[in-house]
Design a protein around this ligand. Structure first.
Ligand code: PMP
Length: 405
């Protein structure tokens, strides 16, 4: 069982006051707060252990390298990848998707080929594929979703052709909260030998992810939404695909030998880790994973599901409030509009009450176009949020609703 009162002691930022009001932080889908152990790790590493990895034979360099590689192993276990060499440290979800689009695209995508994405993708899982398609003269096809925010996977068969080179889909929508039936989609795609990239940015923080069970070809996520620092993320890729893909960037650490005539690349995963990586934050990501494991991923999921149920019921009872995203399986994200009040007005008035929500396009303009909207308000929850905070949000919204009668 999650004891949010105790857990909140690990997140000192939650004691902050905003305009004299206690902070109610409901913008976890944008970035999550960091527990003390993660902050302390960064502080300690810079004070006691900072030295560049994979390079020196000296004591600190070896210590840092060992911690970095231990963190890679923690990530491997966390998502149940088969091999450590399949875990590549990147700058985040965006960095990982750009890496796959550029490298996989360079090797496997040609003029007239097709890439399937969905209507509910974050811009990070749209634009890198568009850039690739512009370079290669390839085409993007889109799986739509219905008005409840459920992906129309019944249409997938009609979108797949022999030119389909990859399917790139979000595991959980950062706006609708919808958890997509990724495993079913992957099984279908593999019948046609089409690899699948899964954007796990919003799924990894909210439950168990098992890349072997999913059988996905690529799985990507960001550390900062997983209680780890910014600037670090993961690309999981199946070894047999990564082996065939060219390096994304050239530089130190990704080579085995260099001459002016020819360079031989390092083995996986270093082939995709050019230059000095963000190794301190990579180590801190491992500490965040330890923290999540200690708290219990199932405990987190159960508690967040309760928060989601409560928030959905409470919000739906606010006069004039409409929720966008009513799939039966959701992560703890609720996007909404209140009457015809502009999303920015709602967000700014909530802010004055100390309540932090996200407003605007939420980096999903095509998704908003589906609903003919220019912006939404989003409340997104983490396991340190409380039922009292949801009450405070709803009471504030009720007042706003009265103000705009
Ligand atoms: N995909 C999804 C579903 C997201 O929610 C986000 C972050 N909002 C991203 C991709 C991009 O993540 P990052 O900015 O950490 O690279």
């Amino acid at each position: 069982m999650i004891d949010a009162v105790n857990i909140r002691k690990d997140f000192s930022i939650l004691n902050t006051t905003v305009y004299g009001k206690p902070l109610i932080y409901l913008d976890n889908a944008a970035t999550a707060q960091k527990p003390e152990c993660v902050i302390q790790t960064i502080d300690e590493l810079y004070r006691t252990c900072n030295a560049n990895i994979h390079r020196g034979v000296h004591f600190l360099s070896e210590q840092c390298t060992e911690k970095y590689e231990q963190s890679r192993e923690k990530v491997r276990q966390f998502i149940n990848a088969e091999k450590k060499s399949e875990i590549i440290f990147t700058s985040g979800t965006t960095g990982s998707i750009n890496m796959v689009a550029a490298s996989f695209g360079e090797r496997f995508v040609s003029e007239g080929d097709e890439i399937i994405i969905s209507e509910m993708e974050h811009h990070s899982n749209i634009v890198p594929w568009q850039l690739l398609c512009e370079r290669k003269n390839a085409v993007i096809k889109v799986i739509p979703f219905d008005d409840k925010g459920v992906l129309r996977i019944d249409l997938l068969d009609s979108l797949i052709t022999e030119r389909t080179k990859i399917i790139a889909l979000t595991h959980a929508s950062n706006v609708l909260g919808t958890v997509n039936p990724i495993k079913e989609i992957i099984t279908k795609a593999h019948l046609h030998n089409i690899p699948v990239l899964v954007d796990g940015a919003q799924a990894v923080p909210h439950g168990n992810v098992d890349v072997c069970d999913l059988d996905c070809d690529f799985y990507v996520f960001s550390g900062h939404k997983l209680y780890a620092p910014t600037g670090i993320g993961i690309l999981y890729g199946k070894e047999k695909l990564l082996e065939q893909m060219p390096p994304y960037q050239g530089g130190g650490d990704m080579i085995s030998t260099v001459t002016f005539e020819k360079t031989a690349y390092a083995q996986l995963p270093l082939k995709f880790e050019a230059g000095t990586l963000n190794f301190i934050d990579a180590i801190a990501l491992g500490v965040a994973i330890d923290y999540i494991n200690k708290t219990g991923r199932q405990n987190i999921l159960n508690y967040e599901n309760k928060l989601l149920d409560y928030a959905t019921k409470r919000l739906a009872s606010v006069e004039g409030l409409k929720i966008y995203g009513e799939a039966s399986e959701k992560v703890a994200i609720v996007s909404f509009l209140l009457k015809n009040i502009h999303h920015l007005d709602t967000g700014m008035i909530l802010d004055k009450q100390g309540i932090a929500v996200r407003t605007g396009t939420l980096c999903t303009e095509p998704l908003l176009t589906h609903f003919s909207k220019t912006g939404l308000v989003r409340a997104s929850f983490a396991f340190y949020n409380t039922f009292d905070e949801i009450d405070a949000l709803c009471e504030a919204l009720e007042k706003i609703s009265l103000m705009f009668k």
